[in-house]
Design a protein. Structure first.
Length: 688
């Protein structure tokens, strides 16, 4: 009844919103974004029954984001937590880590060692190599399988046939950072095109706000490369080959070390050093045809290989040094087809992935942070049908069947200290149904969807033997079941030459979430935790984005989001479940900005205020995370940013800005470091 009343209230507000802006419906239609991630086929965002967002290449360059997670921070309902300056994990509708799915050109980045809570793996994609980033919010397991719960994000690389050769340099004062990239792309003939680039980044100590000052032990360096080719074959076929690599060196996790800076009662860690090296590689070969005759009119087949490496170097307060890590080799085979039929527009296919995992630890001869000598396999079949019922109403229905099995040969038994093996398998069937109702074609539409999500236990759930949050140590937990989710969402989209407005409300039921459970034992002074399917709860929220043209090149933009949620968990070592706020509950937040971009001048200017309310609704786990979250909660903030750009010539432009103009001390809720203080950023982009 709670959810029904909540939806009834917001449905009334949506109807009111339509009535108070009648002039909007009289305006001419505006060009709308085309997205792929929501349906695995190109579709107008205005015609989709889901909430989608696009961050295009211009936004990636002009806003001067450091990392992929930061590139998502201006999307309503997204909170980017940064355990370390070189890491970042987006919280989307309360979900993070392995409950959000990341893709590169439609290929999974998520693998079976992704761990619970915020993790660092999303920062291993070079945003400067991307053409655009697409996000669809809510469960999309019917299309993408396990992990696609809070959101699915597709990082799309450039088309080699689109000529773009450039050099780019970015420098930032508070970060003491320098970034450089050289890239070239273009056709070598009518049939063949190549694109590629190299990127290097170096970050030093981080200057915080006026009170915190210099945060030492923050800096790191990374380098990346990417190469892509496309070959047009006879009969409409196209062959693509892609390879990329990003390596991060010595990324400090400063909040657990003696170098941490106290702020609002946050504790200082005891480690002398805690650094992480990461490597991510991806290569794929893809062949496709969008002009086939017969029952199948489009087809694409992809073979992929990915490798993920992680090594942690830690020196404890005693001086004892330890190293641990893992290697994951992933092979994928994806086959997707499309057919126009009497029952609608069908998209269907098969996905297969196989992870082979090796892990190590200088303190544990059996395994590293996850099982050694382990395999994790998944096979999925899916079908989606898009039906245009009439000129105004469209339906999207999806269904997916997934089979997953895990075999881990070397797992440490936390009770006996011996070596055990863990083997398990799961199957799940999920579906989704969405409807879009165009009240005014290409101008006003209502949408709603009911979507199931699931997440199968991975090797991190089943076999992890490593530190978890502050003062916790996690041990293996065999016999887990999949998590299940059900989201109901509805919203309204308004489009014209003067306005772009989108409002969405959602409610998600959480069933059998895999949660850390105290065992009552301690390991090296940390509380031992295992995992069990004990988490039942809910998350609900409201998200708003608004853009308005004021004339004379001026535009006003705003976003806002509110979130609430509770989850059953074990707040003490006693076997008693209590309902608490979800971990790292996103505070009420938003932004308001003004942009001046006259079409007849090579100049644009922008000012923006970004705000977040105080967050003192803390779970027990949040309260125990003493090196990241202040004991009374994370203070709210309001930060003023200024930026602008000037095109000196057709092939040269300069972008400059200052973030946090007032030099405030603040951090995003749950982060391990404060954000930069007054930060001057300059980017120079030159065509080659």
């Amino acid at each position: 009844m709670r959810a029904i009343r909540w939806y009834a209230v917001w449905l009334g507000r949506l109807a009111t919103a339509l009535l108070v802006v009648p002039e909007l419906r009289a305006q001419a239609s505006a060009v709308d974004e085309v997205v792929v991630v929501a349906t695995r086929e190109p579709a107008s965002a205005l015609q989709l029954p889901f909430t989608t967002h696009v961050v295009d290449r211009e936004a990636l360059i002009e806003t001067q984001y450091r990392t992929l997670p930061q590139a998502l921070r201006d999307i309503p309902g997204v909170m980017v937590q940064e355990t370390a300056f070189g890491q970042g994990s987006p919280y989307v509708r309360g979900m993070t880590g392995f409950r959000n799915l990341l893709l590169i050109d439609g290929i999974r980045v998520n693998n079976s060692v992704f761990r619970d809570g915020p993790n660092q793996y999303w920062a291993t994609i070079d945003t400067l190599s991307l053409d655009r980033i697409e996000m669809v919010k809510g469960p999309t397991s019917a299309l993408y399988g396990s992990d696609a719960v809070g959101a699915t994000v597709n990082a799309l690389t450039a088309d080699p046939f689109v000529s773009r050769s450039e050099a780019l340099v970015r420098a930032a004062s508070a970060e003491h950072s320098l970034t450089g990239r050289i890239a070239m792309a273009g056709a070598l003939s009518d049939r063949l095109a190549l694109a590629g680039g190299v990127t290097g980044r170096n970050f030093g100590d981080l200057e915080g706000g006026s009170s915190v000052g210099t945060q030492r032990g923050i800096g790191y360096d990374e380098h990346a490369f990417d190469l892509k080719s496309a070959l047009r074959l006879d009969g409409g076929w196209r062959l693509e080959a892609f390879a990329s690599e990003l390596r991060q060196n010595n990324v400090p996790r400063t909040h657990t070390t003696l170098a941490a800076v106290p702020w609002h009662g946050v504790g200082i860690g005891s480690d002398r050093r805690r650094e992480l090296d990461q490597l991510r590689r991806l290569a794929y070969l893809r062949v496709g045809n969008s002009k086939l005759d017969g029952w199948v009119d489009r087809a694409v087949v992809t073979v992929s290989y990915g490798r993920s490496e992680e090594t942690r170097d830690r020196i404890r307060s005693s001086g004892a040094r330890e190293a641990q890590g893992f290697d994951v080799d992933t092979v994928g085979l994806l086959a997707q087809f499309h057919s126009q039929s009497s029952v609608g527009s069908l998209t269907y296919g098969v996905d297969f992935y196989h992870d082979a995992v090796d892990s190590f630890s200088s303190r544990n001869p059996v395994q590293g942070p996850v099982a050694d000598d382990a395999d994790y396999r998944s096979v999925d079949v899916y079908v989606q049908d898009r039906v245009q019922v009439n000129d105004s109403v469209g339906l999207v229905a999806g269904l997916r069947r997934t089979w997953i099995d895990a075999d881990a040969d070397r797992v440490l038994d936390p009770v006996t200290g011996g070596t055990i093996a863990i083997s398990d398998s799961w199957a799940a069937t999920v579906g989704s149904l969405g409807v879009n109702w165009a009240l005014q074609p290409e101008r006003v539409s209502l949408f709603a969807n009911l979507s199931q999500g699931f997440r199968a236990p991975n090797l991190s759930d089943l076999t992890r033997f490593d530190t978890a949050r502050s003062n916790e140590f996690e041990v293996p937990a065999p016999g887990l079941d999949p998590e299940r989710f059900l989201t109901a969402e509805m919203g309204v989209r308004l489009r014209s030459e003067q306005f772009r407005v989108e409002l969405a409300v959602f409610h998600t039921d959480l069933d059998d979430l895999i949660q850390r459970v105290p065992t009552g034992r301690t390991i090296d002074g940390a509380f031992e935790v295992s995992k069990a399917n004990v988490g039942d709860g809910w998350v609900q929220g409201v998200e708003l984005s608004w853009n308005a043209s004021l004339g004379n090149g001026l535009s006003l933009f705003a976003r806002a989001a509110w979130l609430d949620g509770e989850l059953g968990t074990f707040p003490t070592s006693e076997p008693v479940v209590a309902d608490e706020p979800i971990d790292r509950l996103m505070p009420l937040n938003g932004s308001l900005g003004l942009r001046w971009s006259p079409g007849d001048r090579p100049l644009w200017l922008e000012t923006e205020v970004v705000t977040a309310a105080r967050q003192d609704r803390l779970s027990t786990r949040d309260q125990q995370d003493t090196t990241r979250i202040p004991p009374t909660g994370t203070p709210g903030y309001a930060v003023l940013n200024l930026r602008g750009g000037y095109r000196l010539s057709a092939r040269l432009r300069v972008i400059a800005g200052v973030e946090n103009l007032a030099d405030r001390d603040y951090r995003v809720h749950g982060s391990g470091t404060n954000m930069p203080g007054r930060n001057f950023i300059v980017t120079v982009q030159a065509g080659l």
